[in-house]
Write a protein that binds this ligand. Structure first.
Ligand SMILES: NC(=O)c1ccc[n+]([C@@H]2O[C@H](COP(=O)([O-])OP(=O)(O)OC[C@H]3O[C@@H](n4cnc5c(N)ncnc54)[C@H](O)[C@@H]3O)[C@@H](O)[C@H]2O)c1
Length: 257
């Protein structure tokens, strides 16, 4: 077979929570492979700045759109605007997520619910809205950002709602892969380990990170956001055409110990 199986020229990608951190880096990797990029975020100002920068740097078409992943109408509105502008959605990355470090015995139901609403229900809403469009157009690739926390329990910080939400994302991914294979839609997840972003920046400067997070990571360092680029391009492209319902763990080896 000739040609670049990783080429995304002419494809249209949406990344939720794409205005910073891992979402931004994955969006840039998709744009670098040729995809037109839609940065969807609750923070429109940041999304607009990054969409302009990405357009200038990679020479692809970009859009910045505001939506809260918890609100189906807002996410549907994004999909409608993307389809209005580009005519289709080939790649949908459900990346937006939050983490709360609260002991289980002290957690209020509201605190539990907020994490589940954004990290799990938000991913379902993104999958459903993008999936309906992909069914109509005859296929696509959905990539959900889970976490190694869906397979292991992080220590020493208490984060049961986050861990449960990410385990949910992994099994939701498998369930939708099963339901939608007949529609030519592939659904896979990526599970990062400790990555250096706003989510982890404060802790990465502390003894906790050195003594637990980095000590327990065979590579003894946090990942950088661009180190997810290869995986997201792989899952988005024809390079992974026989892959669905899978989880790619990218964690510097954390889960082997
Ligand atoms: N940083 C890590 O170590 C790490 C490890 C494993 C998994 N992850 C996962 O990767 C994803 C991205 O994490 P990050 O570290 O880049 O986080 P981050 O906090 O740097 O960025 C999150 C982005 O999501 C947006 N967002 C938050 N809530 C939203 C909502 N309700 N609707 C729309 N957008 C919203 C924010 O505005 C922000 O742009 C998350 O799902 C996170 O759980 C992160």
């Amino acid at each position: 077979m000739r040609g670049d199986i990783f080429d995304l020229s002419g494809k249209v990608a949406v990344v939720t929570g794409g205005a910073q951190g891992l979402g931004l880096a994955m969006g840039q990797a998709l744009a670098n492979a040729g995809a037109n990029l839609v940065i969807m975020d609750i923070n429109l100002e940041k999304a607009e700045v990054e969409a302009e920068k990405t357009k200038a740097e990679y020479g692809v078409d970009t859009l910045a759109l505001q939506a809260d992943v918890r609100i189906p109408n807002e996410v549907q509105d994004v999909v409608d605007k993307v389809v209005g502008h580009f005519g289709k959605i080939d790649i949908f990355v459900n990346n937006a997520g939050i983490c709360k470090n609260i002991k289980a015995e002290d957690m209020t139901l509201e605190e539990w619910q907020e994490v589940i609403d954004i990290n799990l229900t938000g991913v379902f809403i993104g999958c459903q809205v993008a999936g309906r469009q992909m069914i109509k157009q005859g296929g696509g690739s959905i990539i959900n950002i889970a976490s190694m926390s869906g397979s292991i329990v992080n220590v020493p910080q208490p984060q049961c709602s986050y861990n449960a939400s990410k385990a949910g994302v992994m099994h939701l991914t498998k369930s939708l892969a099963s339901e939608w294979a007949m529609h030519n839609i592939r659904v896979n997840s990526i599970s990062p380990g400790y990555m250096e972003t706003a989510m982890t920046a404060k802790t990465l400067k502390t003894d906790q990170a050195r003594d637990y997070w980095l000590y327990m990571t065979p590579m003894h360092r946090p990942g950088q956001p661009h180190e997810l680029g290869g995986a997201v391009v792989y899952l988005a492209s024809d390079a992974s055409s026989f892959m669905t319902g899978a989880d790619l763990i990218i964690d510097g080896g954390y889960t082997v110990w």
